[in-house]
Write a protein that binds this ligand. Structure first.
Ligand SMILES: C[S@@+](CC[C@H](N)C(=O)[O-])C[C@H]1O[C@@H](n2cnc3c(N)ncnc32)[C@H](O)[C@@H]1O
Length: 255
């Protein structure tokens, strides 16, 4: 795992060091140090994130104990969680031995529906979500977690066979930067997928008290970020799923 890691600040290699009984990942050139807490490397500085990411971090830290409950209730109204999530997860196409990165992994529920015989990696800004993710997944999957921003991934170029992101890009302040990062860490030929709610769903959420602050009415209408894909992305496919409440954008990095 160490060989895949790079500083999200300047891309330098990292090495593990023990300091005063604590583990750190330290930049081999600059000496910049990132703590490892409860086995999860921390690559963010809470309080110094951009406004959108700080808002997400705080919101999901508070929501994380109830996140699965909200998902179960919501998906049960829509015909079942596994079935609904499989409407986009079927496009992820994980093969034996793949290295798979979920950006904004939340509590890890998507990973539970993907094959066990792969190596999983998850990034999220919320410590609360990452801790729930580790509890939820337990020993069921081989997974490494990182507290980091989608816009500054702590990985080397061309690290993963599959990279995907579900239900978060709508919140990002810099969607283009996050997509470029996903593309950078994908191997040549990698399968990639981005799914999130459509304007139709966000409009409905605007009426719910818990979500009103998130989808404020002055925002631009949501559109799938197809125009933000790198110019060399191939096999681009866009579809609407769940009665038009979600879009699912698939593409590949050229081989
Ligand atoms: C609605 S949850 C989705 C979680 C999971 N992907 C799922 O499908 O259930 C959104 C997640 O995105 C994370 N998030 C939001 N902005 C982020 C960013 N810029 N970088 C990394 N994670 C982010 C939040 O902390 C939260 O866990």
């Amino acid at each position: 795992m160490l060989s895949l890691l790079r500083s999200p600040v300047n891309g330098e290699r990292l090495e593990l060091t023990e300091r005063a009984g604590e583990t750190h990942l330290v930049g081999t050139d600059s000496g910049t140090s990132f703590p490892v807490r409860d086995g999860i490397p921390v690559f963010i500085d809470p309080g110094r994130l951009n406004a959108a990411n700080e808002k997400s971090r705080i919101y999901y830290d508070i929501l994380s104990p109830f996140y699965q409950l909200t998902q179960s209730v919501y998906y049960n109204l829509k015909g079942g969680e596994e079935q609904s999530r499989n409407e986009y997860l079927k496009y992820v196409e994980v093969e034996n031995g793949d290295s798979v990165l979920e950006v904004s992994i939340g509590n890890g529920v998507n990973i539970k529906y993907l094959p066990a015989n792969a190596e999983y990696f998850g990034v999220d800004v919320s410590w609360g979500q990452l801790r729930r993710c580790r509890q939820n997944i337990g020993a069921d999957r081989n997974i490494d977690l990182f507290q980091a921003e989608a816009e500054h991934l702590p990985f080397c170029d061309e690290a993963f066979n599959v990279v995907f992101n579900v239900a978060s890009i709508n919140y990002f302040e810099n969607k283009k930067k996050a997509i470029d990062e996903m593309f950078r860490v994908a191997k040549p030929g990698a399968r990639m997928m981005i799914a999130d709610e459509t304007e139709k769903a966000a409009h409905a959420h605007n009426k719910l008290p818990l979500f009103r602050g998130f989808f404020n009415s002055s925002r631009d209408p949501i559109s799938p970020p197809i125009d933000l894909l790198p110019s060399d992305a191939t096999e681009i496919r866009l579809s609407e799923i769940r009665q038009g409440l979600y879009y699912c954008l698939r593409f590949r990095k050229p081989a």
